[in-house]
Design a protein around this ligand. Structure first.
Ligand SMILES: Cc1cc2nc3c(=O)[nH]c(=O)nc-3n(C[C@H](O)[C@H](O)[C@H](O)COP(=O)(O)O)c2cc1C
Length: 186
């Protein structure tokens, strides 16, 4: 085995897209890999200081969606370019934007599934950013990504994850097992 110093190498990482409105109601989005589930109805995301955090502090509401192979290039773009420097950022993605029904934040309908969230609290806040805890108040899924049982079908979504070692995006593959079941074979 080869040893490495500590690095942010939790594997794999999600490619989260956080949607917010600015003070003039213009939509924004940023890419975040350092996030995940915090509790049954809560998410956590480690955030630096961004146009997105300005918007979160202003409205306290956001959407969270999950990047796909089809949205990869623009998802990376919103992770490279800040709305602080380019107010035309979202127009350049080509994404379709509608207002979320339950929160004051944009839904980008090019993505299969979107969580509508409210800021519940922020932890370890300083000039460099904070840990965002969000409460999920609703989830919308494009009907073409539903399974026969009416639940979202993750396999249909072409989701990508982030490889923090080589800075790659990797598309999820096939289902290979059943959780809380396959382990019973032992
Ligand atoms: C793959 C990837 C992952 C990222 N993960 C995070 C993250 O977890 N937290 C964070 O604060 N910024 C993260 N960023 C950087 C922001 O997305 C980036 O600074 C963005 O331009 C902020 O946009 P805004 O200023 O318009 O809100 C990531 C960027 C990329 C490309």
């Amino acid at each position: 085995m080869k040893n490495f110093p500590p690095k942010p190498w939790v594997l794999p990482q999600p490619v989260l897209i956080i949607g917010t409105y600015d003070k003039d109601g213009r939509p924004n989005a940023m890419n975040a890999a350092w996030g995940g589930t915090w509790d049954m109805k809560e998410v956590s995301i480690s955030l630096g200081s961004h146009a997105t955090t300005d918007n979160l502090d202003l409205h306290g509401e956001f959407t969270l969606t999950f990047a796909t192979a089809e949205t990869l290039v623009a998802s990376d773009f919103v992770g490279i370019v800040s709305a602080r420097k380019d107010p035309d950022k979202i127009a350049k993605t080509g994404w379709n934007v509608v207002k979320a029904e339950h929160v004051n934040a944009p839904v980008f309908t090019d993505f299969p599934l979107t969580m509508e969230c409210k800021v519940k609290e922020t932890l370890n806040r300083d000039k460099a950013g904070y840990m965002l805890i969000g409460e999920v108040v609703n989830i919308v899924c494009d009907e073409k990504y539903l399974a026969a049982d009416g639940q979202p079908d993750v396999e249909k979504m072409n989701l990508i994850c982030y490889d923090p070692v080589h800075y790659g995006y990797i598309q999820l593959g096939k289902k290979v097992g059943q959780a809380f079941a396959d382990g019973k074979k032992i």
